[in-house]
Design a protein around this ligand. Structure first.
Ligand code: ME8
Length: 529
């Protein structure tokens, strides 16, 4: 069976999840659900980044003084959020887990053996918000552009350094040879420039006396490992690095690390350089022919603002998506996030736009179509799915060929992470055909409610084709809107739990709605707000 391993970043626990974190996690969840549905064996990892000084500062602000208690409490908050939202992760990692410490230690030793760790003096500015040292060229008016309110910390210490510069040429060659390694294309160009012009040796430890959190450097407890060096290794830990060799062999390398654009330097430069180094001395990280096993693709989506403003605690515009669920339902939020903002670009999240899309796209277009098709079938055909006996093309909204085209287009877009285009096609059709909007228009054009008086056979064809079209749309959108798809299939008189065991090709083949199946009283899919 083909496998698919997708990860989200592991988030800091200096606050609760907000809509930005939900964005990445929902996108990864959609891919995990999509690939499972396509028959792949999926591993989907999420988690929290616990060994960060940011968390320690947040704990102090919250008036807590026991780090372990604070981390336990916060990890539970994050896990519960993903559980509440029905995120189908396979592993939730905490970087304070002993298996992760063992993995980090093993990795560190491999890099050390490769001769890529040396001791040096670090003098410069550190931004705790980014958990990153900042060169002068990265500052704006002497401040970190991402965290302008935070004071930079002047650091002067003896640290361990990683010889990242050793890997500059190899990384550039890799990106040229495998253009799919970094996506989207604009980010690939950005990262190439960064590697060429700015990728320097990294300080990968801090003096322990200044750090409450963190994993001690092997054989030197006076130093703690830099949080990014530790955090990136989570992608190995979750699939058994250092604990389960056969699982690790099966799952690594990852098919996709999904991240926000803020952390691409760490993922597309530091992380592969770390692996190139460790792989020299750790066979688990090499292929049979001796090549380092690097993640296959790293994709960075854009950032969004809320009503035009940066998401920020001090502005007070943090949205916990769970507050929106009672009004809109989570499917509508998932739909909105992926439809509104082209994946990879920046965008804006506004409640007005969410409402507009809810009313127009979901309630009036999708919900209305299913409701009308079911209500008319019940009314004119004895509460059953009609049998389409005559097959006049004029009365058929879609057919085998149309369904295939729609599915092909959808799959191509989802695989390419163009979620907005995938949804756009379902709503607006391909070349003006087979979209939900056209299906509603088809009802207006053919007027089955009038035609029933003169040509019931034609109405049977019309309604069958609409019901069947709705069934196929349900299975297509299911990874994005799982609850909605389930409701649609149930309303079409089928048992979702049984149906979902069929393979996807069957599910998407025309003819799945069986004539004479009882149609239950339809429920409104997206109730008025
Ligand atoms: O960087 N728009 O964690 P973090 C879109 N621990 N996505 C957003 C967003 C926004 N406005 N705000 C946050 C870290 N995100 C490290 C990661 S991985 C080995 C370590 C999302 O809590 C987006 O995915 O700061 C971004 O990359 C991530 O949250 C940053 O989360």
């Amino acid at each position: 069976m083909k496998k698919y391993y997708v990860s989200t970043p592991i988030y800091y626990v200096n606050g609760s999840p907000h809509i930005g974190h939900v964005y990445t996690t929902v996108a990864a969840d959609v891919l995990a659900r999509f690939e499972r549905r396509r028959g792949k064996e999926v591993f989907f990892s999420v988690g929290v980044d616990e060994n960060s000084q940011k968390n320690v500062e947040a704990m102090a602000k919250a008036g807590d003084d026991n780090l372990q208690n604070y981390l336990d409490k916060m990890a539970q908050i994050w896990k519960t959020a993903w559980d509440d939202l029905g995120i189908t992760y396979d592993r939730f990692i905490r970087t304070t887990e002993p298996c992760h410490h063992a993995a980090v230690e093993r990795f560190w030793r491999a890099v050390l053996k490769s001769g890529d760790i040396y001791k040096g003096k670090y003098e410069g500015n550190y931004c705790t918000g980014c958990e990153s040292f900042k060169t002068d060229s990265e500052l704006a008016d002497g401040r970190c552009p991402l965290h302008p309110k935070d004071e930079l910390k002047a650091v002067s210490e003896e640290n361990y350094f990683f010889k990242a510069s050793n890997y500059r040429d190899e990384l550039l060659a890799l990106i040229d040879k495998h253009p799919e390694f970094v996506g989207p294309v604009a980010r690939k160009n950005e990262i190439k420039n960064y590697i060429r012009d700015h990728f320097q040796d990294f300080s990968i430890s801090r003096e322990s006396k200044n750090m409450e959190a963190g994993i001690p450097v092997p054989d030197d407890p006076s130093q703690k490992i830099y949080v990014w060096f530790d955090a990136l290794i989570n992608y190995l830990t979750v699939v058994g690095y250092g604990t389960d060799e056969s699982a690790f062999k099966q799952w690594w390398p990852a098919d996709l690390h999904l991240v926000g654009k803020d952390i691409i330097k760490f993922h597309c430069a530091l992380w592969p350089a770390m692996i190139l180094s460790a792989a020299k001395n750790d066979p688990a990280l090499r292929t049979e022919d001796g090549k380092a096993k690097l993640p296959k693709r790293i994709f960075a989506h854009g950032f969004f603002t809320i009503e035009g403003q940066k998401i920020s605690k001090s502005i007070g515009n943090i949205i916990d998506p769970r507050d929106l669920v009672p009004t809109y339902g989570f499917d509508a939020i998932r739909y909105f996030l992926l439809r509104e903002i082209p994946f990879g670009e920046d965008g804006d999240f506004s409640i007005d736009r969410l409402r507009e899309r809810y009313v127009h796209d979901l309630s009036n277009t999708l919900g209305n179509l299913l409701n009308r098709a079911i209500a008319m079938s019940r009314k004119y055909f004895d509460e059953k799915i009609p049998a389409a006996i005559s097959h006049s093309a004029n009365y058929t909204f879609a057919d085998e060929q149309g369904a295939k085209e729609l599915a092909k287009n959808f799959d191509k877009n989802i695989s390419g992470l163009s979620f907005d285009s995938a949804l756009e096609t379902i709503w607006n059709g391909i070349e003006g055909k087979y979209g939900l909007l056209q299906a509603n228009k088809f009802i207006e054009d053919t007027q089955p409610f009038k035609l029933i008086k003169t040509d019931p056979d034609a109405v049977a064809v019309i309604l069958y084709s609409l019901l069947e079209y709705c069934r196929i749309v349900a299975w297509l959108i299911e990874p994005i809107m799982p609850e909605t798809a389930k409701k649609m299939i149930t309303q079409l008189g089928q048992d979702f739990e049984i149906e979902q065991n069929r393979n996807r090709e069957d599910l998407l083949s025309w003819g799945g709605c069986k004539p004479n199946t009882d149609l239950p009283q339809p429920e409104v899919l997206f109730p008025p707000l």
